[in-house]
Structures are given as C-alpha cells and as structure tokens.
Write a protein that binds this ligand. Structure first.
Ligand SMILES: Cc1ncc(COP(=O)(O)O)c(C=O)c1O
Length: 256
C-alpha cells in the first residue's frame, strides 16, 4: 500500500480543534485514511496536520491514473538515465561502487537496466559497479531483506524518517532491487536521521553543496561501508544526491 502525505498547516490548537476534532464531517471529506499531528516544540501555536491517503484507493474512487513508483513505466525509464550519465561522465568506464538512496527502487533498478542496455550497444563491457542501497534506520525494508537472504521485502511497520523520499515501507519492485544488489555483489546499509543530517553538513562544508537528507544519507553510508571493509580507498565510488536541501530546511532544522 502506498500513501500520499499532504501537510496542512493549521496554525494554532483552536483551528486544529475546529477543523479536525469538532468538524468530523469536514475532516472525513478530505478523504484521508489517517491524520497525524505534528507539533513544533519551539512554538505551541504552530501545528501541522499530516493527512495520509491510500492513493491506490483514491485512484479507484476517482478514476485517477495511479502513478506510484513502478506502477507506471516512465519513471523507471527516466531515472535509468542516471546510469547513462554516470557512464558518459566517467569516460564510459563504470565506477567500482554506486551508493544510492533507495526508496521505491526506480533509480537502482533503472541504472541496472541502463548498464545492460549500454553493454548491448557496445558502449561498455560486462563489468558492473557494486550497487549499495542506502536506507534510513526508521525505514529499511530492502536492507533488512537483503541481510536475511530474502527475495522480497515485507512491509516495514511504523516507517519514520525525515528523508521523505526514503519513507517507502513496501516497494513493488523489492525483488528487482534485491536481485540487482546480489548480482552486483553490493549490499544494503542503513544510517540514522542525525547521521544523514551530518552527511548534509559534511557535503556543504567540503563540496559547497546543500544536499537533501537522502544525499546526506549516502555521505554517512560511505563512512559505514569504509569501516566495514566494503569499500576501499582505491575504489572509485559514486554517491548519488537526489534532491536539494532547500526542500528540507524545516525537517532538518531540529537536528542541525
Ligand atoms: C529525494 C529522493 N531521493 C530518493 C528517492 C528514492 O527513489 P527511488 O528508490 O524510487 O529511486 C526519492 C523517491 O521519491 C526521493 O524523493
């Protein structure tokens, strides 16, 4: 099941009560399955309500086209181009390792497809990078399934992380990701929210880039993978940053 999160800022508790507690009809009319409340510890008048929607159900109800990850073919084809870009930018020699912040798996599975296509077209040889799926401690179904030797990844209960792009408790393409990790002799690795934010800070200090926490997670994962011996100083390694930190200023602020 996939969820669509919509955040409504309700400002203060009185407004919150009016909309979400006293006016049951109005709350239900939003069609949301579940509502969670976020409180701003620094400002008691700053209340956010997160409405969670089951988008498969919404699509059925409204006749919408469901474009969740891997439910439609185009996102995979689009993200596949990351594989082409890496090869082109590295002079058609793939790196030894790729660290990718993994949610629904389009990037990982797309790049894996791109490598095969490029080999068929004669752009590259049979060598492949080791693919590392980076996930958050609060939502790491693929890393867990990989460690347990499973071919699918069961639903991760109570998924929580500030890196929203990685909050994917159940991925349709779980088996494809796990296959790519194993075929490439890669692995899965988790990092905590504070580690991801530290990764964002490190990238800002060293590279002048303000990354999303998903990218920061890869910076943090690099340390773990070096310490565990998966990566060596001689390896050529590509870390993917998949977003800008500007979208996450509020999320990251408490840990900054
Ligand atoms: C910022 C960001 N990073 C990473 C991902 C993970 O995507 P995927 O594993 O589908 O490539 C997402 C997904 O929405 C995202 O928004």
């Amino acid at each position: 099941m996939t969820e669509l999160l919509i955040r409504h800022k309700v400002g203060d508790y009185e407004t919150f009560k009016k909309i979400f507690l006293e006016d049951e009809e109005r709350r239900r009319s939003t069609g949301s399955k579940r509502a969670r409340v976020l409180l701003n510890a620094d400002d008691p008048k700053d209340i956010w309500v997160v409405l969670e929607y089951d988008n498969a159900e919404q699509a059925r109800q409204h006749g919408w086209y469901e474009c969740a990850t891997l439910k439609e073919p185009y996102r995979l084809e689009g993200k596949k181009t990351m594989g082409y870009e890496v090869a082109e930018q590295m002079g058609w020699k793939l790196p030894d390792a790729v660290l990718y912040p993994t949610g629904g798996g389009t990037g990982l599975v797309g790049m894996w497809k791109a490598f095969d296509e490029m080999e068929t077209m004669g752009f590259i040889g049979p060598g492949r990078p080791r693919m590392y799926a980076v996930q958050m401690e609060g939502c790491a179904p693929i890393v867990k399934a990989f460690a347990e030797g499973r071919e699918d990844a069961p639903l991760w209960e109570n998924a929580r992380t500030l890196a929203h792009g990685l909050r994917v408790p159940k991925a349709i393409g779980d088996f494809l990701m796990l296959r790519a990790l194993r075929q490439s002799h890669g692995a899965g690795v988790t990092v905590s929210d504070p580690e991801a934010v530290q990764g964002v800070k490190d990238a800002a200090a060293c590279e002048g880039l303000f990354m999303a926490p998903e990218g920061g997670a890869c910076v943090a994962a690099l340390r773990h993978l070096k310490a565990s011996g998966h990566l060596s100083p001689d390896d050529s390694i590509v870390l993917f940053n998949t977003g800008t930190g500007l979208k996450y200023v509020e999320n990251m602020a408490p840990l900054w």
